[in-house]
Design a protein around this ligand. Structure first.
Ligand SMILES: [Zn+2]
Length: 266
């Protein structure tokens, strides 16, 4: 391969937005050219039913953040916090969980690292419900430590999630009980749209479709096994790429509006 020619196989794409796929010089130069906003996904490594991969929340977070960064412009995507606060999912094999205290320390360390290099705006994106409360609890500390950085958060209160799901479902004629909050039609459809190789629709089943509000009313949610033995909240059957694209677009548009408005939703 001849060095210096644009576009040979394996070349680093000049429009990359994922920091982990860039060189340090590319990151430095992008910041110098004005990419001073960075998106930080707080994902999870937790069970997602018998049909979908453990990394679902983290992968969907990357997919949404990448689309959002390209739409906003002058924005990069930080390496995600890949393990979140998932104590309620430890009843199922493969789940890893950080305590809220550990998560908070990791969050602060990530943000302080990003601030060193010249990012002046950090958008925290909760890609897993269990991370919302600790993100909210750590915002004052982050803002105290990093007074020169504008820090936004996608959510700071887990109770807002149900209302958002209801609104999106009503708008598009979807059934919120099936879309669900965890590994149901919603997440399964978004994974079909972004990572179909990590979904086995032959194993997609109906999960718990009743009232799940205890999961965000309680500081520590009950073990998932007591609510849904399969680990699904919602119904994974009937998931489609089309539903997935629609939900991805809704999330990207919601976050774009939030960044442009510059105020955290509570
Ligand atoms: Zn999930």
């Amino acid at each position: 391969m001849t060095c210096g020619e644009p576009g040979p196989p394996g070349a680093l794409p000049p429009d990359e937005v994922l920091i982990e796929r860039m060189t340090w010089e590319q990151v430095r130069d992008a910041i110098a050219r004005g990419a001073t906003r960075v998106l930080l996904v707080a994902g999870a490594m937790e069970q997602h039913g018998p049909h979908m991969a453990i990394a679902t929340d983290t992968l969907l977070g990357y997919a949404i953040a990448t689309r959002l960064a390209r739409r906003l412009g002058r924005t990069l995507v930080a390496p995600a916090i890949t393990v979140g606060v998932s104590a309620g999912q430890l009843s199922h094999a493969g789940t890893l969980s950080l305590s809220p205290e550990t998560f908070g320390r990791v969050l602060v360390d990530y943000c302080e690292s990003l601030a060193v290099h010249g990012f002046t705006e950090i958008m925290l994106i909760a890609s897993h419900g269990g991370n919302i409360r600790p993100i909210g609890e750590n915002l004052p500390e982050l803002r105290r430590r990093l007074p020169g950085v504008r820090i936004l958060a996608s959510e700071t209160d887990p109770s807002v999630v149900a209302g958002k799901l209801e609104r999106v479902c009503r708008k598009h004629g979807l059934n919120p009980a099936l879309i669900g909050f965890h590994a149901g039609q919603g997440e399964t459809s978004m994974m079909l749209a972004t990572h179909p190789d990590l979904v086995d629709m032959c194993k997609a089943v109906e999960g718990f479709t009743g009232d799940v509000s205890i999961r965000w009313r309680a500081a520590t949610p009950p073990p998932m096994s007591t609510m849904s033995p399969t680990g699904i909240l919602g119904d994974a059957r009937g998931s489609t790429v089309e539903i997935g694209e629609l939900l991805l677009e809704e999330r990207v548009a919601e976050l774009e509006a939030l960044v442009r408005a510059g105020t955290p939703e509570t």
